[in-house]
Design a protein around this ligand. Structure first.
Ligand code: HSE
Length: 436
């Protein structure tokens, strides 16, 4: 029986999960692959901690260089995270002719183009299924299953922490802080939770998906990013009254010679399947010109769901090695020469529906003044609601708009915000709804 040797770099939460699957499901994997996937090394700076698994003698090591330099190692699995040493180790692994598996979304978003190029030049496989959506095979779906489709759009809930927080606030009335603390205790929040709540982690994932879907270079810097830290109980409650739930969405849309790439809190109707993706679950709706709409749903974080995706990459590479077909599927789904720099559409140019909430004086002429400004800016109002209690002499007024241009909405809000009949900054939340 053939043996394929694996060197794991980083034995934290997900790395331990990978080791656990490789050790505990060794026979099952052997039966499927037709070779033994041998965990030769698991390297970590802390090799004393009890990880709840029995490693064979000599597997645990604190010497990552030894793993990278071992000629017997076929596949390096980078589970360190971050954009520092992880990048150096991956580049060294590639230079040493080793195939690489990583779950490192931040690294891919920042340096994915470089890493993919280095792997292609060295003719080694580079796989990163676990970088987006944990156990959901969204990367395999884009790289393989939908290879015959022109992708029209992708709309995803890609951060378990934000989804957990929004779900807890919406369904249990919990405070933002308490929900975040719980998410951290559950172990799916990033070490720096601002990466989660300010939308950066979701943007890292969207940058990867857009590249795979549209044949563009990974482009993080042009993604519009807004997190959930300013979402209030009042807006969540009002959204519910209008038949919407608020989710942090990653939106990647094909706009011909450009793409829309944005991350922001979004209202979605109750009857949209994504509206029912709650707690720390993730989902992504992909629309292809041949396939139509398809939804992937599952755990986007956590030890075993993420490790499941990592092991699927290891198995893919092992199968490639056994059949001598390395490089069969391009790392970014497109042949390197077909990958273009497709511009991201500035958010000001998008057209969508809006929820706008003002705090305004409750007296004659206020509404006509506000709606006059919206009208002058070509924003058509779908409905107006005066909801909730008076606070400091002001009442909340909510307007839902028809499709409008973002630049016009922002201009109108800036004009309204300086009126003396209006208090505070108006609240603006985009709505993702079917075209009317
Ligand atoms: N912090 C991420 C999340 C982990 O909450 O989804 C998975 O990428």
């Amino acid at each position: 029986m053939k043996e394929i040797s694996i060197g794991l770099l980083g034995c934290g939460t997900v790395g331990t999960g990978v080791a656990k699957i490789l050790i505990e499901n060794k026979e099952l994997i052997r039966s499927r692959v037709g070779a033994v996937l041998k965990l030769k090394y698991a390297a970590d700076i802390d090799i004393k901690r009890d990880r709840g698994i029995r490693f064979d003698e000599g597997v645990l090591t604190d010497d990552a260089e030894k793993v990278l330099d071992d000629p017997e190692i076929d596949i390096i699995v980078e589970m360190i995270g971050g954009v520092g040493i992880a990048k150096d180790f991956i580049l060294k692994a590639i230079r040493n002719g080793k195939h690489v598996v990583s779950a490192n979304k931040a690294l891919l978003a920042a340096y994915g183009n470089t890493l993919v190029k280095a792997a292609a030049e060295k003719r080694v496989d580079f796989a990163y299924e676990a970088s987006v959506g944990g156990c959901m095979p969204i990367i395999k779906t884009l790289r393989e299953s939908l290879a015959g489709n022109r992708i029209i759009s992708m709309i995803g809930i890609l951060n378990g922490t934000c989804n957990y927080i929004l779900s807890k606030i919406t369904d249990e009335g919990m405070s933002f802080e308490a929900a975040l603390t719980q998410a951290q205790a559950c172990g799916f929040a990033e070490a720096d939770p601002t990466l989660d709540v300010e939308g950066f982690d979701t943007a890292h994932k969207l940058a990867i998906l857009n590249a795979l879907a549209y044949g563009m270079e990974i482009n993080l810097k042009d993604i519009y990013i807004e997190g959930i830290s300013e979402i209030t109980h009042m807006d969540i409650e009002l959204a519910g009254q209008f038949g919407y739930r608020i989710k942090l969405l990653a939106i990647g849309k094909n706009r011909g010679d450009r793409v829309e790439a944005r991350v922001h809190p979004t209202m979605i109707p109750f009857d949209n399947l994504l509206s029912n993706v709650n707690a720390n679950l993730n989902a992504v709706m992909v629309s292809g010109d041949a396939a139509g709409d398809m939804l992937l749903y599952g755990y986007g974080a956590g030890m075993m769901p993420t490790a499941s995706a990592v092991v699927s990459d290891i198995v893919d590479i092992a199968r490639n090695l056994l059949s001598g077909t390395t490089g069969r599927i391009p790392a970014l789904a497109w042949q390197p020469e077909a990958i273009r720099k497709i511009p991201v559409m500035p958010v000001d140019e998008i057209f969508t529906y809006y929820y706008i909430r003002f705090s305004a004086e409750d007296r004659p002429g206020v509404l006509s003044k506000i709606s006059g400004i919206l009208g002058e800016n070509e924003i058509s109002i779908k409905s107006v609601h005066q909801k909730g209690r008076k606070i400091g002499g002001l009442v909340p007024i909510v307007m839902l708009t028809h499709r409008a241009k973002e630049a016009n909405v922002k201009k109108a809000l800036a004009e309204i915000a300086v009126l003396d009949i209006v208090g505070n900054k108006p609240v603006l939340i985009r709505i993702e709804d079917e075209d009317e």
